[in-house]
Design a protein around this ligand. Sequence first.
Ligand SMILES: [Zn+2]
Length: 243
Amino acid sequence: MTSWRELQERINSCPECKRVGSGLTLHCEQPPARPPAPPAGSVLFISEAPPPQGGFWTKPSVKDDLREKLIDILHVFLQEQNLSPSGMRIDENLEKFVSMGLFLIQTIKWPLCHSARNLRPAERKLIEHSIISHLVPELALIRPSAIVSLGKVACYACGCMFSECGFSFDQSQKLEAVRGKRFMVKMGDCPDIPVYPTGLPVRQQQRRNNLPRIVQEIKDVLRRHWHTDRKSFGEIIPGADGA
Ligand SMILES: [Zn+2]
C-alpha cells in the first residue's frame, strides 16, 4: 500500500488538481502544509480547502482561523470533562491534537479563489477529482473511527463517497437537512463508521451567528467519542461510544 508520505507527495505534484482546478484555485509558490502521518482510528475532521496562508497544519506561528476555533472547542470540551486545562492543554501544537486521536484533512488540496460551497459544476468536478485521487486513498490509511464533515464541500465529498452505503448528499441539498445528525457508513473492511455533518467553525460563521450551533454539534461528537479512561478520542470500544 502507498505510504502516507507518498500520498502527500502525489498531491503536491498532481497535474489534475491544477488542470481541473484551473480558474478555481490560487497559484501558490509553496504547497500548503500537509498533514503528518495519521494515527489509525482517529476522529477525522474534513474541511473544505487550505487558505492561501498554508492552513491547519502550518507551524503555530502562522495563524489559522479553523485551527484556532477547533482548538478552542477542544479546550472547552476538556474543561467540561473536568480535566485540568493545563495538563491537557493542546495549544496550537498539533502533536498533542494528533496524539489525542484527532486528525484533519482538507477536501480540496489547494487554496481556492472563492469558497466552493455553491457546488457549481466546475467546483463539483474538482471535488470529485480530489475524492478519487486523494481522499479515498487517505481514508484507507487513516481508517477513521468517526468522520466530522465541516461545511458543505466536505459534506458533498462524503455524500459522493458513501452514497451507496449510508450517507448521500448532493448539490441540491441543504446542509440544514443533515447537520447535527449521525449517519453510519461502510468503508472497505472497516467497522461501520459514523459520519457527522456540521458547519465550518470559522470567523465567517461567527458573523452569521451560526458558530454556537456548530460548536455544540462538534462538542456532541467529541463527547460520543471521548474515552475517559484512555484520555483520547477514537477507536470505538464496544458500548463505550454512547451510541
Ligand atoms: Zn489532484
